[in-house]
Design a protein around this ligand. Structure first.
Ligand code: F6R
Length: 607
């Protein structure tokens, strides 16, 4: 996820671009840059780090320009460095491109362009676009961009300018947002509405495949074949704060809704559903190295560790490899048994969590190979690991992790496919890959039930205790559900392996105590039904989450929410979503500070 802006009009472009980027920093903030055209040509200024670094570098330069494009980056391909920051130029320095999204076939394009004589400066996927424009340019900027599009696979919102076209900007959109802002004798481009709000509330929201051609005559919107389209003006009625959250009242809810996109991006270009093979750029274990792994040790904290617990169930079952589950703060002090045959599986959204980093270093000292799953390119975890698989969730602003967790779990499945194939033991791969590829739409189906969760949360909100029961993979998800509820609603929530109830926790069940029972694991349904009966007999109010078609559970629970059917090992990708929504609406009903819960911080960089 990144933010892009563009401006063409009568104002000084630089302050407009910088203000727009400031409002898009929630989409990424590891580097930033702008390109403008003034009387002396096309100028690019960019810098790693926050926008303040770029401002310091600009320091009043380029003030004469009235046209430009800008970018704030959330690195996906290539570390957050000055060179990898956007805008990217072509070889001749005549064009500059900013991009939000992922170009899936960039490696093929890069090879082809190199063979054509193009020289690449950065490690990004985006740079191919600048060279493609150069390749197809015959004196018409719009035509060059249109000619490039059929060759590009993936998601993109792109803005392009050219030195010899000082009053033109071309924007295109496919699966990444792009909005045109309509001013008086001025036009804006932006990834999101907040960047436009100081100047205009009238916009065109581009649809997939549409091209925006900005010139002093005003914007023209074209389809992919160059035909003019009639667009409806969308008038923004929100205030700035609401707009930054995409109209959602909290970042957490916005991030919950971003999950289908985050999941798609994390799987995109990596998964071949037909063969079950995966291509994971930063993971370089050879088949020999994969076969030499004797055990896996998880190194993670909190929500990330619960994503790791999914690896314990799934990898042990599919790969027949032992996975030791521990939170990093315990692991680092218990003299763990690791050696060269150990794979340290580090999972961290931020890549900066102090205990996780210390666990990683301890595992390395003992000889383990480190495989990291992280959301932040260039983070400490990414730099110190041997192999890295990035989750492409985009920046997560709410303290309570949602989309990062979901993409970490997706990474667990991608790695199962990778390791299974490398170890030569994956007869299950094609089926798992096929089913994994359709999980984003299953998440969408669950999100469509949102109103139900609001009603159910009202049932939970007045209580001080809640229990989450599950067996097997459902227990791993129950842990995450309980953590979500306690951290944002301040309600005491406990996850319990359902079979353990009668060994203690059952004593806490009273009349009306809310119990959420996860019943997605086919071979454990009967056992779960008995556990539901146990808590019901003590007065609990039971909400069950079950897969479509499981009628038996309806006879036992007070309320059942049905989830779309899917492969039994993939259920965490879908069953966690109702728990996130329940936590969210319970916290909202209790009037809690959802995005910034008391006593907590987004990134825990102290022990
Ligand atoms: C809870 C949550 C935390 C983090 C934990 C690790 O919603 O977000 O439990 O999962 O602090 O953080 P990262 O993943 O950044 O290492």
């Amino acid at each position: 996820m990144c933010g892009i802006v563009g401006y063409l009009g009568h104002r000084q472009a630089v302050p407009v671009l910088l203000q727009g980027l400031e409002r898009l920093e929630y989409r990424g903030y590891d580097s930033a840059g702008i390109a403008v055209i003034d009387s002396s040509g096309l100028k690019i200024t960019k810098s790693a780090g926050r926008l303040t670094e770029l401002k310091a570098r600009l320091n009043g330069h380029l003030d004469g320009a009235t046209l430009g494009i800008g970018h704030t980056r959330w690195a996906t391909h290539g570390r957050p460095t000055d060179t990898n920051a956007h805008p990217h130029p072509d070889c001749s320095g005549r064009f500059a491109v900013v991009h939000n999204g992922i170009i899936e076939n960039y490696q093929e394009l890069r090879q082809w362009l190199k063979a054509e004589g193009h020289t690449f400066l950065s490690e990004t996927d985006t740079e191919v676009l600048a060279h493609l424009v150069e390749h197809y340019y015959r004196g018409d900027l719009l035509q060059a961009v249109m000619a490039m599009l059929p060759h590009v696979k993936g998601s993109y919102a792109v803005a392009v300018i050219g030195k010899d076209h000082p009053r033109e900007i071309v924007g295109v959109r496919y699966d990444s947002p792009l909005i045109v802002g309509l001013g008086r004798e001025e036009t804006f481009l932006a990834s999101d509405i907040p960047a436009l709000l100081p100047y205009t509330k009238n916009t065109y929201i581009l649809d997939n495949g549409e091209v925006a051609y900005l010139s002093p005559e005003g914007p023209r919107i074209l389809d992919g074949t160059g035909h003019l389209k009639q667009k409806q003006v969308f008038h923004v009625s929100w205030d700035l704060e609401a707009a930054e959250k995409g109209g959602y009242p909290h970042f957490m809810l916005k991030e919950i809704h971003e999950q289908p996109r985050a999941l798609r991006d994390t799987l995109a270009g990596r998964l071949d559903p037909a063969s079950g093979r995966v291509k994971l750029d930063g993971v370089r274990l050879t088949p020999e190295e994969a076969k030499a792994i004797r055990k896996v040790a998880l190194i993670a904290c909190g929500t990330a560790s619960y994503a790791g617990m999914v690896a314990k169930y799934v990898w042990e079952k599919l790969l027949r490899l032992p996975v030791e589950f521990d939170v990093a703060s315990e692991l680092r002090y218990r003299q763990p048994l690791m050696d060269e045959g150990t794979l340290g599986l580090v999972i961290s959204q931020s890549g900066e969590t102090a205990d996780t980093l210390a666990g990683l270093r301890e595992a390395r000292r003992l000889g383990a190979r480190i495989l990291a799953v992280t959301n932040v390119v260039g983070s400490s975890v990414a730099r110190e690991a041997d192999d890295v698989l990035y989750t492409w969730a985009g920046p997560e602003i709410a303290v309570a992790s949602t989309k990062a967790y979901l993409t970490q779990v997706a990474a667990v499945y991608l790695l199962a496919l990778y390791l299974g194939t490398a170890r030569g033991e994956a007869p299950w791969a094609a089926e798992l890959a096929r089913e994994l590829s359709v999980t984003p739409s299953k998440v969408e189906e669950v999100l469509a039930l949102e109103d139900r969760f609001r009603e159910l949360a009202a049932r939970i909100a007045p209580h001080e205790h809640a229990f989450f029961l599950g067996r097997g993979l459902d227990y791993a998800v129950a842990l995450e559900g309980a953590l979500k509820l306690k951290e944002i609603s301040y309600l005491h929530a406990e996850a319990c392996p359902a079979g353990e109830l009668k060994h203690g926790p059952l004593a806490l069940i009273e009349d009306g105590t809310p119990v959420v029972a996860l019943v997605t694991q086919e071979e454990l349904v009967e056992k779960m039904l008995s556990n539901i009966r146990e808590v019901k007999a003590r007065g609990a109010w039971v909400l069950a989450l079950a897969l479509e078609g499981n009628r038996a559970v309806a006879a036992e629970a007070d309320c059942v929410l049905y989830l779309p059917r899917l492969h039994n090992l993939l259920t965490p990708l879908v069953s966690v979503v109702p728990l996130q929504l329940l936590a969210y609406y319970t916290a909202a009903a209790r009037g809690c500070s959802v995005d910034k819960p008391r006593n907590l911080a987004k990134s825990v960089t102290v022990e």
